[in-house]
Design a protein around this ligand. Structure first.
Ligand SMILES: Nc1ncnc2c1ncn2[C@@H]1O[C@H](COP(=O)(O)OP(=O)(O)OP(=O)(O)O)[C@@H](O)[C@H]1O
Ligand SMILES: [Mg+2]
Length: 233
């Protein structure tokens, strides 16, 4: 799915304070790319991702996903579009606490018209042995891997990953990144990865740096590294 942002702005109001979280953001991501977003805490990375995914709305400017202007879609159409096309790995996981690992992943598969095998994906993220446990019985990294499985099993055209390896050690993190790369290659999935890990940027076809709400730099990388080769920093 191709993505276009033109002069996109987002303000948040909390009490007396207004935060300009996204400032005149211009950005293009092409279909089938892995785009990596870097930037300090508070620089607008999650805001940008939420706007691309249609769970938040820019208050001015244009946001297009595969030629669809998200602004002009009515709420109901937007929800449907998102459900059909987009998978989210949230920074805070957002697992459903009363469902087991397997049931959480099944929930991802159920809303898709072309899901992958729940069993295969549980195995790929190394969670098959814990399939019947509840989220509160899991370590942070295990919760993160469950959230990743739930997003991947849907086999979305656009996969938005907010710090997908933040809670993982190097070996597990690289396995997950290799899985994302394999999915990108197999299904031509457009994948956006937010990370603080500079090494992971080497995997991206496109590397985007955010600074104080601005898209400060975009670099195209003609020879991305394999996940196994990235330096873990
Ligand atoms: N719902 C909200 N209400 C009020 N302010 C918000 C909201 N969401 C984000 N912000 C503010 O917008 C700015 C950008 O936040 P954002 O979550 O996009 O940063 P980030 O780059 O993802 O940071 P991190 O690396 O810490 O996750 C921050 O100053 C944050 O406080
Ligand atoms: Mg964030």
């Amino acid at each position: 799915m191709s993505i276009r942002l033109k002069k996109a702005n987002k303000h948040y109001q909390s009490g007396e304070v207004t935060v300009h979280a996204l400032k005149n953001a211009d950005l293009a991501i092409e279909n089938g790319e892995i785009a990596v977003i870097l930037g300090p805490s508070g620089s607008g990375k999650s805001t940008l991702m939420n706007i691309i995914g249609g769970i938040d709305k820019a208050d001015s400017g244009q946001v297009e996903v595969e030629g669809n202007s998200l602004h002009s879609l009515q709420e109901k159409k937007l929800v449907e579009f998102r459900r059909k096309t987009t998978g989210f790995i949230f920074q805070s996981y957002n697992l459903i606490p009363v469902l087991t690992v397997k049931e959480n992943v099944e929930a991802g598969a159920e809303i898709s018209s072309r899901p992958l095998s729940v069993q295969d994906i549980l195995r790929s993220v190394g969670m098959e042995d814990k399939a019947d446990m509840l989220p509160h019985q899991l370590s942070g990294g295990e919760q993160q891997r469950t959230a990743i499985a739930r997003a991947i099993v849907k086999n979305p055209q656009l996969l938005l990953c907010d710090e997908p390896t933040g809670a993982l050690d190097e070996a597990t993190g690289k396995k997950i990144l290799a899985l994302l790369q394999e999915i990108n290659l197999t299904y031509k999935t457009t994948i956006i990865i937010i990370t603080h890990n500079q090494g992971i940027a080497e995997m991206g076809h496109r590397v985007i740096r955010m600074k104080s709400g601005e898209v400060a730099e975009v670099k195209v990388n003609s020879s991305p590294l394999q996940a196994e080769q990235v330096e873990w920093v």
